[in-house]
Design a protein around this ligand. Structure first.
Ligand SMILES: [Zn+2]
Length: 105
């Protein structure tokens, strides 16, 4: 779906227009991925909750600015992964694409 994996280029957001193997289009309609923002929001909320839980329980409830700094840093560093996974999840859920074993080999 993306031209480069997270391992190859962490900050590359380039997408293929169509699947190189099966010609499936990756953008069913213009602006399709606006909805992926909500998936990304869920990722951000999860990161915030997990970070808050870890700081509260294992770092003896530090000052508020520490929570803010750690959460913002974690979200900023993980942003490329959230971007890619939220688009993939959104396309899977709402793109009307189903797995076809014909293309798996
Ligand atoms: Zn394909």
């Amino acid at each position: 779906m993306f031209k480069y994996s997270l391992k190859e280029k962490w900050f590359s957001m380039e997408m293929h227009e169509k699947c190189p193997k099966c010609e499936q289009t990756y953008e069913p309609e213009p602006g399709f991925y606006f909805g992926a923002m909500f998936v990304s929001y869920a990722f951000s909320a999860a990161i915030t909750l997990v970070t808050g839980f870890v700081l509260y329980n294992f770092f003896n409830n530090p000052d508020t600015w520490v929570y803010m700094a750690v959460v913002m840093t974690a979200v900023a560093l993980l942003w490329p992964a959230m971007f890619k996974y939220s688009r993939a999840i959104f396309l899977h859920l709402f793109g009307g694409i189903r797995f076809n074993s014909k293309y798996s080999s």
